[in-house]
Design a protein around this ligand. Structure first.
Ligand SMILES: *Cc1c(COP(=O)(O)O)cnc(C)c1O
Length: 377
């Protein structure tokens, strides 16, 4: 059996080496390292793929979130509601902009922000909601867009983990995750579903005026050379990364299908296990792109399982071990523990198994049998 990796970047690279190498060499030959034609082409190709009017590439997914918030003109003291159970980048940029993060609990099955908790957290100062499409599955955007409309709030989708996932609205329409709110951000960090070979990110929006504002913000607030109309940042996707992404974007659906296939195989093996809860998915199989395959271990053996897997050469991850509201940097005396019941429980139960495009059946069989045997012991 091949050695099991949490994410197999090397195995994937070997299957696309010729394409990636020639794409990178083109950039080296052109020496157009910044804002080269590859960046522009990638932007267009991603707009087509996502069916959004504007993609603005930038340096990473954290910048993308920050710039989206700057573009919306949010002001210090404005409250921004987001999930307690996510990667810290989401809340970090809210705090950096001196906005007030308001963390709320998530749903126990999807791990995504709980629309009812969002509704309860709204005050006259609330300006935006940031749903995070965690682990590859969109948050409940029907409910979130409805709440946003009712209260006149912006919706900023953190789509770093769900690029390529579809969302089916209650009325039958389908859109890509990240193409639904006012603006969205994504990350091309190497381990993400569409990863480059360094840092990268992008902002998407169907609002042309907002897109124009954001194009200036990413470039030092310039709309005309050396005229700085707003305070901006320097956040660029470099041409080498765009070249890698152009080589990989045509494979994204295939990559997501490979993840879905591995996830289906995992879930089939765990069927009927009373102490193991497999990831929730809606009826349609295109709504979850499994950035992570995350189980809940409900009999208190999660931590022991981590150790057991490590001893057996099976990597795993705990995403995330500490609720954001309990992190030193984001504590707030207004938070009450009883409002975070779900997150407080999830951090003790979740475990993410190896998930990538190169997992084979033999590896999955070994992983699932090792997990099942240990959890039932
Ligand atoms: C990865 C990630 C980010 C940040 O992306 P970077 O490119 O690493 O800055 C933000 N939010 C979520 C949910 C992520 O998973």
């Amino acid at each position: 059996m091949k050695k099991i990796q949490m994410v197999d970047l090397k195995g994937q690279y070997e299957t696309i080496k010729d394409k990636v190498d020639s794409s990178i060499l083109e950039v080296l030959d052109s020496t157009a390292f910044i804002n080269g034609p590859q960046v522009h082409s990638f932007q267009k190709e991603l707009e087509d793929y996502l069916q959004v009017k504007n993609v603005i590439p930038c340096a990473n997914g954290t910048d993308a979130l920050q710039i989206a918030m700057m573009g919306l003109g949010l002001k210090p003291g404005d409250e921004v509601i987001t999930a307690d159970f996510t990667f810290a980048a989401t809340v970090e940029v809210i705090a950096l902009l001196q906005l007030t993060p308001v963390l709320v609990d998530v749903e126990p099955d999807t791990f995504n922000i709980d629309p009812e908790a969002v509704r309860k957290a709204i005050t006259p100062r609330t300006k935006a909601i940031v749903p995070v499409h965690l682990f590859g599955q969109s948050a409940n955007m029907d409910a979130i867009m409805e709440i946003a409309d009712e209260f006149g709030l912006f919706v900023i989708e953190d789509n770093a983990q769900a690029i390529g996932a579809n969302y089916h609205f209650n009325d039958g329409r389908t859109k890509k995750a990240g193409a639904i709110g006012h603006v969205a951000s994504t990350s091309f960090f190497p381990s993400k579903n569409l990863g480059c070979y360094g840092d990268g990110g992008a902002i998407f929006t169907n609002d042309d005026e907002l897109a124009h504002t954001i194009r200036g913000i990413v470039n030092h607030g310039m709309y005309e050379r050396y005229h700085h109309d707003v305070v901006g940042v320097n956040s660029r996707l470099d041409s080498v990364q765009a070249a890698v992404l152009r080589a990989k974007l045509p494979n994204l659906d295939m990559y997501n299908k490979a993840r879905q296939k591995a996830a289906a195989k995992y879930s089939e093996a765990f069927k009927g296990q009373e102490n193991i809860v497999v990831p929730f998915t809606a009826d349609a199989d295109d709504t979850h792109v499994y950035h992570q395959y995350t189980l809940k271990i409900t009999n208190g053996k999660r931590d022991a399982l981590v150790q057991h897997l490590n001893e057996n050469g099976i990597p795993c991850g705990i995403y995330y071990p500490i609720p954001l509201h309990s992190q030193k940097a984001y504590k707030d005396s207004r938070y009450r523990e009883q409002d975070f019941e779900v997150t407080n429980k999830l951090v003790k139960e979740v475990i993410s198994l190896p998930m990538h495009t190169e997992l084979d059946d033999e590896q999955i069989d070994f992983i699932t049998s090792t997990v099942i045997e240990f959890v039932n012991k």
